[in-house]
Design a protein around this ligand. Sequence first.
Ligand SMILES: Cc1cc2nc3c(=O)[nH]c(=O)nc-3n(C[C@H](O)[C@H](O)[C@H](O)COP(=O)(O)OP(=O)(O)OC[C@H]3O[C@@H](n4cnc5c(N)ncnc54)[C@H](O)[C@@H]3O)c2cc1C
Length: 527
Amino acid sequence: MREADYVVVGAGSAGCAVAARLAEIPGATVVLLEAGGRARNPWLHIPIGYAKTMYHPTLSWNLKTAGEPELHGRQVNWPRGRVLGGSSAINGLIYIRGQAADYDHWRQLGCTGWSFEDVLPYFRAAEDNERGEDALHGQGGPLAVSDMRDRNPISAAFIEAGQQLGFAYNDDFNGPEQEGVGWFQVTARNGLRCSSATAYLKPARPNLTVLPNAPARRLIIEGGRCVGVEYADGQVVRARREVVLSGGAIHSPQLLMLSGIGDGAHLQAMGIETRHHLPGVGRNLQDHFQARMVFRANAPVTFNDVANSLWGKLRTGMEFALKRTGPLTFSAGTAGLFARVMPQSATPDVQFHFIPFSADGPGKGLHKFSGFTMSVCQLRPESRGTITLASPDPTAQAHIQANYLSEKFDRDCMVAGLHLTRKLAATPALARWIAAEHLPGPAAQGDAGMLEHARAQGTTIFHPSGTCRMGDVVDERLRLRGIEGLRVADASIMPTVVSGNTNAACIMIGEKCAAMMREDAQQRMAA
Ligand SMILES: Cc1cc2nc3c(=O)[nH]c(=O)nc-3n(C[C@H](O)[C@H](O)[C@H](O)COP(=O)(O)OP(=O)(O)OC[C@H]3O[C@@H](n4cnc5c(N)ncnc54)[C@H](O)[C@@H]3O)c2cc1C
């Protein structure tokens, strides 16, 4: 049996940050359990490799939602990282923190210590921005943040299109204003992905034991306190001080329920003894839903043209090998637009990802024709879903019901976002590159046509959150309500999903969790 001061479950965006920062406490020992293996596949390090890894049979969990009632009963693929680095190892690399108003809203909901002013130091502490340090950005932190290394003409045309519609050019979506159009920054250094594992687990530390291929099966609760974790085939690691659950928005609530923490009636139905009745576990599921429009280009200006020719592939490979530039450095969107499409919104309510290539879906093979994609997602959905157990078997997938588009506001916002996509395509800057709209195509017209496109084709943009909501399942210091010695730190604690991509926020949550644990430990020592 192993023993450590702290045991962290899940080496993802948040978990790596928690474990590494806890290991900075003098004299502390930390064990980090990860279900997946080490990041040996080279595509995990090449930015565009996410297209190869997101549905990889071992690097991704390859989850699926249940049939979605508002999407004609379709099941939606939910890839999640299953490797050191978690989803930050297979994600689209886009570095966005969300809006200051998101965190101020958390504060308003009662989450003391989580206003933007409160969380900013943790974003800055995590960050190593190649642009340097200022009031909003950090330099010298573990997480590399850099500018797009390939500023291709078709992505530049998208930025011009946004400006032609009156949106301001925004040089920094994580600056004072999120609204506007511009290039994304990415979590990469010298053209290579910087996952949370790259950022926080290198170099190795003697007091931090990282155990890959060690899936946690159950939390060990004794006398109302979490004292350790059972993992793999019956092995045990005991925690002298605390256990932190960082399995992500699906696996954290799943592991709590498997351990008897959740809605008593549901646990009973699954044949699991209730250790602590906490009905909020697995509720409040939120995700960003995206609908994409694909356009055929009238000239070979897209990555499809490069990837579909042997010479193009060779040239791209050489360029990346020699200079770390070119299409292999693409993130899941080169340029972006944050806009307000609903009259009641005070801040941007949709985000566009401009993608200089096209496929039938994220991670699918590229089209044979020259094509590019504009994806729009709603930033603050009102629809709520659930994670429940499908079985008491810890190796079985949880039951995921996202309930996309179940609220009218979400449907209206998506429809408005899709109308704006067509307006962008019609600007002189983009229209000059477009031969035809491929998806949904000219037959889709009006609000009804746009909604039907979203229902038929829309999918996740991979940001599930909220299933161990702060204020309900955990308190504002991320301590699980009703059980001692147990915290949760990952996307699941977000009371509301942030308005943007979620990796940076998860890393911030990990940083802040470790800082609070350190403070609490110091206070206990002083008492
Ligand atoms: C394909 C894809 C593209 C994305 N693109 C972007 C993007 O461009 N920008 C952005 O900001 N965000 C993006 N995201 C979202 C972002 O990466 C996630 O929100 C974030 O990584 C979630 O962090 P987390 O710590 O909550 O969970 P994760 O990073 O998913 O970490 C959870 C970890 O826990 C492990 N685990 C789970 N269960 C167990 C268990 N029982 N025992 C041990 N280990 C366990 C998992 O294997 C995993 O390593 C994307 C996500 C995906 C999947």
